[in-house]
Ligand binder design. Structure first.
Ligand code: 4AD
Ligand code: MG
Length: 482
């Protein structure tokens, strides 16, 4: 007898009508000692199992409670009741896992509304809720679509190191990696930590980005992408920052900035389109939840579009490309800026764009995704290509509604001498990055790439507001449970 997922049963029930099948799952509800709503995680939809209690002993019936796990053998029949097309008439029920009901009462598995804070504290149990089931199925679909997009476009998947000696972003936000006993750290004669005695014989950290290594791979393989965990020890307690997050970083030889923006736009549209086509049930659920959330807000803060509508519109509209200089003009002359509504007022060219400015451009001014480009060189990383004007670099960010920056990228500085002088200016150690500089010595070519924060994209497609809820086990300042 075949074991089927609930997703399969609901999709193909006509083929298996009046067959006996086996299903396994968790009880979401047990009504009138007769109807079990069973869920196995394969879909947001539950399967109804009908239990004729006269056929089962009392012990079994008593053990069928919310959250218990069951194996059921039964016949597939067309449902008599409203609300479902198919149900299973139970012939055999095996209780796989009972509940410790006193403990259960205290958890989020108890069927009632729980705060998101409480759901986060019990991240190990939240996979069992409709909400998080939907979010994590969508997250999985997003990851799959990312690989599929690159595969279809002849990119090679490269794994770059997680432990590294290089600070790719030069921002000094790295978590150190050491095998030292921290109570007895070896020191040099000058009293500094002697990393030569450490495991790797040098100072190492968790990577903030796979870009520099990906660039070296692109210099031989042409089109590559990385997709892995990255780590940042920035003390940002916001709804958009994690200390551990997943980044997708394509890097393409012979691409310039414009090619890079085209790639980013096509890529995002492909992945969002994939989710719209393949996650219909979960999106319908999230769409409803999104609408309910909007109702709770004051009218002026409500989203103009529903979740699914918003996703469809992003695919239809061309992203607005605008120079940083133009963006700063718009911001500087905005009513918001003049009336002091921004927490960080824009005073002059050269200011870094904060999330409030990004969202103003996207949500109020252009009303579509925006790609500012050619940023001042002083606010961007050392590896970005210096423009003719000598004061801007060939950088691009992609800004999304409700999120702000979702992608950051650039054309890279491929000219050895220019790169060296920028590294000097920005205090990036040439000796440490000797291998990176080598790629500019032997057949250097123009190239470009970007980084997408996976969780920011999942936030967008699920209509969620807090980044801690779209990664299974979030790591943030003062929090690393599980
Ligand atoms: O803009 P960032 O810092 O760019 C880089 O790291 C480049 N090396 C990428 C490249 O060109 N290959 O980060 C890229 C993206 C951001 O746009 C954002 O979506 C996400 O990574 N990101 C974070 N997501 C969650 N938590 C954080 N603390 C993040 N920091 C960046
Ligand atoms: Mg950035």
């Amino acid at each position: 007898m075949e074991r089927k997922t609930i997703k399969d049963i609901l999709a193909d029930y006509k083929k298996i009508l009046h067959h006996d099948i086996t299903v396994q799952g968790w009880v979401r509800a047990f009504r009138s000692n007769r109807f079990i709503a069973l869920n196995d995680g394969s879909t947001i939809n539950n399967l109804q199992v009908v239990v004729d209690f006269e056929n089962f002993n009392e012990e079994v019936i008593k053990s069928i409670t919310t959250a218990s796990s069951l194996k059921i053998v039964g016949e597939v029949v067309e449902s008599q009741g409203a609300g479902q097309t198919v149900e299973i008439l139970a012939k055999k029920i095996v209780i796989l896992g009972d509940n410790f009901s006193d403990d259960l009462q205290k958890t989020i598995l108890q069927p009632k509304k729980h705060s998101l804070e409480k759901l986060r504290e019990e991240a190990h149990l939240r996979f069992r809720t409709n909400l998080f089931g939907a979010v994590f199925r969508v997250r999985s679909a997003v990851s799959f679509a990312i690989h599929q997009f690159f595969n279809q476009n002849q990119f090679f998947y490269i794994n770059t190191p997680i432990i590294t000696g290089a600070d790719a972003e030069g921002a000094g936000e790295m978590f150190g990696v050491t095998a030292f006993d921290l109570n007895q750290v070896p020191k040099t004669e000058d009293g500094e930590v002697n990393f030569e005695e450490d495991f790797f014989g040098r100072k190492t950290s968790l990577t903030v980005s796979g870009q520099l290594e990906a660039e070296t791979a692109a210099m031989g393989l042409g089109r590559v992408y990385t997709f892995g965990p990255t780590f940042r020890a920035e003390n940002s307690n916001t709804t958009r920052h994690l200390a551990e997050f997943w980044m997708v970083e394509p890097e393409v030889a012979f691409n310039n900035l414009e090619d890079n923006i085209d790639l980013a736009e096509n890529f995002l549209k492909y992945v969002i389109g994939y989710v719209l086509d393949n996650c219909k049930d979960d999106l319908a659920f999230l769409d409803k939840r999104f609408a309910e959330e909007q109702k709770q807000k004051p009218e002026k803060d409500r989203a103009k579009e529903g979740l699914i509508e918003k996703l469809e519109n992003v695919i239809k509209k061309r992203f607005k490309r605008v120079s940083y200089t133009e963006a700063i003009d718009i911001l500087m002359n905005s009513k918001e800026n003049k009336k002091g509504k921004f927490q960080f007022p824009i005073e002059a060219w050269g200011a870094d764009l904060q999330s409030e400015h990004e969202r103003f451009l996207v949500e109020k001014h252009f009303e579509c995704p925006v790609v500012p480009l050619d940023y001042p060189k002083d606010i961007k990383a050392f590896y970005m290509r210096l423009n003719e004007d000598g004061k801007t670099v060939a950088a691009m960010d992609v800004l999304f509604p409700g999120i702000g920056e979702i992608i950051g990228g650039s054309q890279r500085e491929e000219r050895l001498e220019v790169l060296k002088s920028k590294m000097q200016e920005m205090n990036v150690d040439e000796h440490e990055l000797w291998w990176y500089l080598d790629t500019r010595k032997f057949g250097s070519v123009p190239h470009a790439g970007f980084g997408l924060g996976l969780e920011r994209l999942v936030l967008f497609v699920t209509g969620w507001t807090n980044i801690r809820d779209v990664i299974p086990f979030p790591r943030t300042p003062k929090s690393a449970e599980f």
